[in-house]
Design a protein around this ligand. Structure first.
Ligand SMILES: [Zn+2]
Ligand SMILES: [Zn+2]
Length: 302
């Protein structure tokens, strides 16, 4: 993946320093997948996350050749990279119910196929919920699901990123150890990690303070290796510390706060990752203050 290309919003200074994270937000795909790239480019972003389909339905309309070509063409023109796809929300790769598990595996395989067609860099997925079973069974089921879903596919350069969760309900993935176990069980798969700041915080990693962040980064490094962290979901949290509730909020207006998030954005062990905002919005332009905050953290202005 070439990142040298200078795109809008990437100053000569950024190019010289080279090591600043690429930033973006979860962009809407209304009117066509390529629109997410255009909207990101308009807001001077270099990276993007999208859904490749309706995230709340099992049925997805197959991608047409025209859609795929248009997406690739606009991507070449805008230079947006990396492109992350977030898997749909119905998928539960750790489901204890057999019917749900089969449906989830088929749907995840379809997500992979779409990601490969679109030449996405990452497919982000939550490990799932082991409701009715113990955590260890959930972890085993998730690993088995990943292997089956990818079986026989030519994955190309796509990488599956396991996202840490808030631990809501009986979700696994709220401890970095869970992610480590899943990765260990799938040595043949290109796996990585997507680190969600709001999820980590409400799961009990106190990233508000400098010491808390250092302890969190050390745990991340020890369990999965920070090199494996390819994307950061950069969100403040409307839910309180250790509440295990998943509520993303605007940068600096939640319980993590500006200082805590600034330290995350400037942490040298995370600078190779793409930083993606998942803060709530009605129109893409509403993201401007959050994008500005993230950009100022990274560029070092106060
Ligand atoms: Zn997610
Ligand atoms: Zn997230």
């Amino acid at each position: 993946m070439k990142h040298e290309r200078v795109t809008r919003g990437q100053s000569a200074d950024t190019k010289r320093r080279g090591k600043r994270p690429r930033i973006g937000f979860h962009a809407p795909i209304s009117g066509g997948l390529h629109n997410a790239l255009l909207r990101s480019n308009e807001l001077d972003c270099q990276a993007v996350q999208i859904f490749s389909r309706n995230p709340r339905g099992w049925k997805a309309k197959p991608l047409s050749d025209e859609e795929v070509e248009l997406f690739k063409r606009v991507r070449r023109k805008t230079g947006i990279s990396p492109v992350a796809i977030h898997a749909n929300y119905l998928i539960n790769l750790a489901a204890a119910d057999e019917g749900m598990l089969q449906k989830s595996r088929a749907s995840f395989r379809e997500e992979l196929e779409r990601g490969i067609l679109l030449r996405a860099d990452y497919l982000v997925v939550h490990p799932g919920s082991a409701r009715g079973a113990c955590e260890a069974d959930g972890i085993d089921a998730c690993a088995e699901s990943l292997k089956r879903a990818a079986d026989g596919l030519d994955l190309g350069s796509i990488r599956i990123l396991l996202e840490n969760t808030a631990g809501q309900g009986e979700c696994i993935g709220h401890r970095f150890e869970h992610l480590r176990e899943i990765m260990k069980a799938c040595p043949g798969l290109p796996l990585g990690v997507c680190f969600d700041t709001a999820h980590a915080f409400t799961a009990g990693y106190d990233i508000r303070t400098a010491e808390g962040l250092e302890a969190t980064i050390q745990a991340l490094d020890r369990e999965v290796g920070t090199k494996k962290v390819r994307a950061i979901h950069f969100n403040d949290s409307r839910a309180e510390y250790h509440s295990r509730v998943d509520r993303h909020w605007h940068i600096g207006q939640g319980h993590i706060g500006r200082d805590g998030l600034r330290r995350v954005a400037r942490h040298p062990k995370l600078s190779h990752s793409a930083f993606i905002l998942e803060t709530p919005y009605d129109k893409p332009e509403d993201n401007k203050p959050n994008i500005e905050a993230l950009r100022s953290f990274i560029s070092g202005s106060p």
